[in-house]
Design a protein around this ligand. Structure first.
Ligand SMILES: C[S@@+](CC[C@H](N)C(=O)[O-])C[C@H]1O[C@@H](n2cnc3c(N)ncnc32)[C@H](O)[C@@H]1O
Length: 519
């Protein structure tokens, strides 16, 4: 398997997950917040994901942006086959997948054998620090050819600061895998037993590196497929920001900011003593490297633009004026207390409450929020800051203007996901065309939504019955509040009914507003 996979794990498929950071409306908004002009997601755009895995996120984005074009690329044929199955099931004509390696792609582009029109958005999630240096070079060559002038690149990667105590652990895992060949998820199982024995036997590495011991403990609860792809990789290499930024500069890409909104504001991310040091630094690359160390960051999610055009604050606010936003949690559950790296931040209710009311009632533009009578006299920056914190906290989201055109594709994908409920490829996401992405649910809500997709009425009794049938058909238990397993179907239905009645009546109108449920 390793001959074609160039040291990357390919004997089992990677987890098929949804990442909300990849939504174009979100990325464009966050880039703009960082003061740089970004592609306008209000117009039809082209979007590409490199190393797309089984493509769940890409499929959701294609289903919710019917007027735009999406391409996913990965060299693992099992990933591409699964991605195509899901896209076909949802009948998406604006999404294609290509089975290709980064190096082959770079060659095809250089030799003119692949003449793809460049893209407005190119994203790579969980790829760059897991592949060899040659592959990283090939990725930059591909970006150089595939990103439009002014186009946005999202790239996430492991960073050296947070991972440094774990480097010897990963090296030992690789050696263990080489010494005991087998399927990588089974190798992980054996490896965890071995590493825990070593720790319990008093190995000084674990004693002197409590972070490594905690890390090992955490692995016990993580999915084996994830662990296999994360660690059993010949070229696994956490990279400092400066190295990635210098690599990407070759494709004329400039760093804009991180997709993790609060980390773009030093006053939200750092204590005053660190801010004082940062204030003395004029070199942006050095400042970013200091931030990475000050946060002991293990993972970055960054935004780059090809030829970033810095905007004055006034121009950012003008550009923001016509963008629409909406609340993506029930109004009763929305909160103005935010968790930020510095701890907890309570926003001014005089500004926050009217914003929440307006976002719960519809899809106001930023200009409409500023014009609310209750916000008269408030500065646009104060309004923008609370809105950004709400988006960061997954309580609000930019609205896409392709929502109406996407209702059919989104409904078909919701039905396809509902058919997989509780199966091997279970997904706890509801496709929401109004916001051009998906919202994440818990299992009872996921089951209730699957019931609605199967044609049941919005009736709690019927949905609770559907949920219990689905759980029993998949060999799952239902537990009472005290954790005891319930024995009879009647007890299970009563329990599910109780859980659903706690939240579903609030969430159903929200799901309708987001287009996750029709009618
Ligand atoms: C850790 S997974 C991330 C998948 C997906 N982006 C996600 O976050 O769920 C890395 C992906 O990169 C793909 N990949 C690794 N090396 C590659 C290469 N040289 N060419 C193309 N794809 C590659 C793998 O098959 C895998 O799907």
């Amino acid at each position: 398997m390793r001959q074609w996979s160039e040291g990357y794990n390919a004997d089992i498929a990677y987890t098929n997950s949804f990442y909300r950071d990849l939504a174009p409306d979100y990325l464009s908004y966050v880039g703009l917040l960082s003061g740089v002009r970004t592609p306008d997601p209000g117009r039809p755009f082209r979007y590409c994901e490199l190393g797309c895995g089984q493509g769940l996120t890409l499929t959701i984005l294609a289903a919710t942006h019917a007027l735009s074009e999406f391409v996913g690329i990965d060299f693992n044929p099992a990933h591409i086959a699964a991605a195509r199955r899901m896209a076909d099931e949802a009948g998406l004509g604006n999404l294609s997948f290509r089975e290709d390696s980064f190096q082959a792609l770079a060659r095809s582009l250089a030799e003119g054998r692949w003449t793809e029109e460049p893209f407005d958005f190119v994203v790579l999630h969980g790829v760059y620090s897991w592949v060899s240096e040659e592959n990283r070079r090939a990725i930059v060559d591909v970006l150089d050819k595939l990103v439009k002038p002014g186009g946005l690149v999202y790239i996430s990667h492991n960073t050296l600061a947070g991972w440094s105590p774990i480097l010897p652990l990963q090296a030992l895992m690789l050696e263990h895998a080489a010494a005991f060949p087998g399927r990588s998820d089974r190798q992980i199982g054996d490896m965890l037993v071995f590493l825990n024995r070593l720790k319990d036997a008093g190995a000084a590495y674990f004693q002197n590196n409590p972070v490594a011991a905690q890390h090992l403990a955490m692995m016990a609860s993580q999915e084996r497929r994830y662990l296999a792809h994360e660690y059993i990789n010949d070229h696994w290499e956490p990279l400092p920001h400066a190295r990635v930024a210098r690599d990407l500069a070759r494709a004329k890409l400039g760093y804009v900011g991180t997709a993790t909104i609060p980390l773009n504001s030093d006053d939200l991310a750092f204590r005053p003593e660190i801010r004082a040091i940062l204030a003395e630094i004029t070199d942006p690359m050095l400042a970013q490297s200091v931030r990475e160390l000050a946060l002991n960051q293990p993972f970055r999610r960054d935004i780059y633009v090809r030829g970033p055009e810095p905007l004055e604050t006034r121009a950012v606010l003008d550009e923001m004026a016509e963008r629409r936003f909406t609340l993506i949690v029930p109004r009763e559950e929305a909160s103005l207390t935010f968790t930020i790296p510095m701890g907890e931040l309570r926003s001014d209710p005089a500004v926050g409450e009217p914003i929440l009311d307006a976002l719960a009632a519809g899809t106001p533009t930023f200009a409409e929020l500023l014009a609310l009578p209750a916000l008269a006299g408030q500065s646009p920056l104060a309004v923008s800051k609370i809105l950004a914190l709400l988006v960061a906290a997954h309580q609000a989201h930019p609205v896409t203007n392709q929502g109406e055109d996407s209702r059919e594709g989104a409904a078909a994908l919701n039905r396809a996901l509902a058919r997989r409920v509780l199966g091997q490829d279970e997904q706890r996401v509801l496709v929401a065309p109004a916001i051009g992405t998906a919202v994440v649910t818990d299992i009872p809500d996921r089951l209730a939504h699957a019931g609605l997709m199967a044609g049941l009425p919005a009736d709690l009794e019927a949905l609770a019955r559907f949920a219990v049938d689905a759980l029993r058909a998949n060999g799952r238990q239902v537990f009472a509040e005290d954790g005891a397993p319930l024995a009879t179907v009647e007890e299970m239905q009563a329990r599910l009914h109780g859980i659903l009645s706690g939240g579903l009546p609030r969430r159903l109108p929200l799901w309708r507003r987001l287009g996750a449920v029709q009618g």
